[in-house]
Design a protein around this ligand. Structure first.
Ligand code: ZN
Length: 117
């Protein structure tokens, strides 16, 4: 961990990725410390950090659920975060209980590497 972010510290709300997906309305800009997870198998690559695939807990309106349930990412593959550009992607979640309800998020990401190498 480096401590050289002082100039980059913003007034953005800082929030975990799961909480972001669960609670932040569309169009809001936030800082997400756990957005990326280092992929050790790809450590030698420039893009070696994959998007966090954490489960989330959101409301499912299916008749067999009707409440807060765990949702899991549907996509099997990993998205690797680019450090310079914005990435735009869609990610989809499915209710783990009824396996019927899905939610799709449209994200604009800008990943800022925190470690020096
Ligand atoms: Zn459900």
């Amino acid at each position: 961990m480096s401590n050289d972010q002082s100039n980059a510290v913003s007034k953005l709300l800082t929030i975990d990725f799961a909480k972001f997906l669960e609670s932040i309305p569309p169009g809001k800009l936030v800082e997400v410390p756990d957005l990326g997870i280092l992929d050790n198998r790809a450590a030698y690559l420039e893009e070696n950090t994959k998007l966090n695939k954490c489960d989330i807990r959101i409301y499912c309106d299916h008749e067999s659920c009707n409440g807060i349930r765990f949702f899991r990412r549907i996509e099997k593959g990993n998205e690797y975060l680019k450090t310079e550009d914005h990435s735009f992607l869609y990610i989809s979640y499915q209710c783990s209980n009824c396996r019927y309800t899905t939610r799709t998020y449209s994200l604009a990401l800008k990943y800022r590497r925190r470690r020096k190498y």
